[in-house]
Design a protein around this ligand. Structure first.
Ligand code: NAI
Ligand code: MG
Length: 498
């Protein structure tokens, strides 16, 4: 399959010119309305495929299929059988990895070097959860009641899960949502983002090929206000796992009220990245730059508020600007590109709006700050990596999630001050710290309000570790040893045996 990918012309075997279909109950279907929407390549503006515009009626069918599968043979499948199936799927993800990475690159713009780079993590995540499928335990309790009581907890799958995912890492998000569903014996209706629906559809083909029974994984493509909202409000859905913006997260909370669904929300961030003056600046400054610019800033845990201790402030600002200016911004299909386009004209406009607000509020533009024109860039939504220095805490670029390659750099003097300022945010997703002082590293790691703290590194992830946020970055964790509990109900079992 890899041989058939025509790198130079951005052609891909999955893009055969025919309208795509979505997966409901093991069958590939058009939307009930017959409507489709376009998905485009953000590097060129070129049309990639027409995709079904699923709406409430399609969500109804998918939820019914997921319910039937949950109550069918899938429910009686043994943990080791689900495990074997997941390893088969991991094998297929591995075998088709380049092809999946290319679809991500074409549909949402990430450089192929970036999308290819996640193979070990994503194949590993599927295998990690495959292992957990046979490691689901309840507990027994020694109660204080009279008589002989056997008291125990059972863990049972929550049922039908709706997962709504964003466009900034479609393959990544799909694997993160599918793996715990299969490990726990739940079933799934997946709603991909309208800007990048292709990889989840191809992934679903691989899941069928791996032997995942019909109805266990369903994919309904469409818009947020149509398919997304219908899924979030559906009375037949037991849990929603959502990754995306805070505003949509809040709508999903409201929509869940009808049947009090369980929720996991992985929302945005405005993560602090703190550089102390005793740090290895030669490593810290480039890491602070890449912490913002990777994936053109379209990463929820991007370290967008860079706090630098006064003594090394000028040096770090200068290095970050130099690193930014040295990154090759270009089509994701070019193996030499470091940074691709923003996903859509809407996102580009949004990010440029923040650049304007920073200028108006008096931040100092050190590098970048504009859309890239010229022959290599004119057709896409490319933006120069941008560094603003002398940013102040109340400015919009220091408070709001930008989701573009824009760093807000700010000086600080001491530890207590930087902890207070770092925590003065509605968000709490990630936090980075660079220091050679072990005591300081431990103490600041405890004081930072964040789901993950990275010391002398940034944005590290591994299947064995949890990822998620506090405050308005959401609740629930993905990945890691505890995650399956979010897909399991606990039942208390009492047996009096006198
Ligand atoms: P979004 O949060 O609206 O979209 C994410 C997903 O939610 C998509 O699948 C979308 O179709 C769906 N959705 C939208 N409205 C919905 C509704 N009412 N009910 C159910 N599902 C719905 O994000 P969008 O509009 O693509 O991006 C806007 C901003 O959101 C970005 O600039 C960024 O700041 C933030 N964002 C954050 C992400 C993260 O990982 N933290 C990912 C994507 C966006
Ligand atoms: Mg697209």
């Amino acid at each position: 399959m890899t041989e058939e990918i025509d790198f130079a012309n951005a052609r891909h075997p999955f893009l055969d010119g025919r309208p795509k279909r979505m997966l409901i109950g093991g069958r590939w279907e058009a939307a009930a309305s017959g409507k489709t929407f376009e998905t485009r390549n953000p590097a060129t503006g070129g049309l990639l495929a027409l995709v079904p515009e699923g709406e409430a009626e399609d969500v109804d069918r998918a939820v019914a299929a997921a319910r039937a599968a949950f109550e069918g043979p899938w429910r009686r499948m043994k943990p080791d059988e689900r495990q074997a199936l997941m390893h088969k799927l991991a094998d297929l993800i591995d075998a088709h990895y380049d092809e999946l990475a290319w679809l991500d690159t074409l549909d949402m713009g990430s450089p192929i070097r970036h999308t290819r780079g996640s193979r070990r993590h994503l194949v590993g995540l599927m295998r990690y959860f495959a292992g957990q499928a046979t490691a689901i335990y309840g507990q027994t309790a020694d109660t204080s009641l009279n008589g002989n009581m056997f008291a125990a907890t059972l863990k049972e799958p929550v049922g039908v899960v709706g997962s709504i995912i964003p466009w900034n890492g479609p393959l990544w998000a799909t694997v993160f949502k599918v793996a715990p569903v299969l490990a726990t014996g739940c079933t799934l209706v997946l709603k991909p983002a309208e800007d990048a629906p292709l990889t989840p559809l191809r992934f679903a083909e691989l899941a069928l090929a791996a032997g995942v029974p019909p109805g266990v994984i369903n994919v309904v493509t469409g818009f947020g206000r149509g398919a997304g909202a219908a899924l979030a409000a559906h009375p037949g859905v037991d849990k929603i796992s959502f990754t995306g913006s805070v505003g949509t997260g809040q709508e999903i909370v409201r929509a869940s009220a009808g049947n009090l669904k369980r929720l996991s929300l992985e929302l945005g961030g405005k993560s602090p990245h703190i550089v102390f003056d005793d740090a290895d600046i030669a490593r810290a400054a480039p890491a602070a730059a890449i912490g913002v610019f990777a994936n053109a800033g379209q990463i929820c845990s991007a370290g967008t508020r860079v706090f630098v201790q006064r003594g090394v402030y000028d040096e770090v600002v200068e290095t970050m600007a130099k690193v930014g200016a040295g990154l090759r911004v270009g089509a994701g299909t070019d193996p030499a590109s470091d940074i691709g386009p923003l996903v859509s004209p809407r996102q580009l406009e949004r990010v440029l709006g923040y650049v304007g607000s920073a200028r108006d509020e008096g931040a100092r533009l050190v590098s970048g700050g504009e859309r890239l024109g010229g022959p290599a860039h004119a057709a896409g939504h490319f933006m120069a990596p941008t560094v603003f220095a002398d940013v102040r805490d109340p400015m919009r670029i220091a408070r709001e999630e930008i989701f573009g390659p824009v760093a807000s750099v700010m000086p600080f003097d001491d530890l207590d001050e930087v902890v207070r300022r770092a925590n003065d945010s509605p968000f709490g997703l990630g936090a980075g710290v660079w220091t050679r002082d072990v005591g300081r590293a431990h103490s600041i790691a405890k004081r930072l309000q964040a789901g993950s703290v990275w010391v002398n590194c940034y944005n590290q992830m591994d299947p064995s570790m949890p990822f998620g946020g506090v405050k308005m970055s959401g609740y629930g964790r993905e990945s890691g040893a505890q995650q399956l509990d979010e897909y399991l109900n606990v039942k208390g079992l009492w047996i009096q045996h006198d």
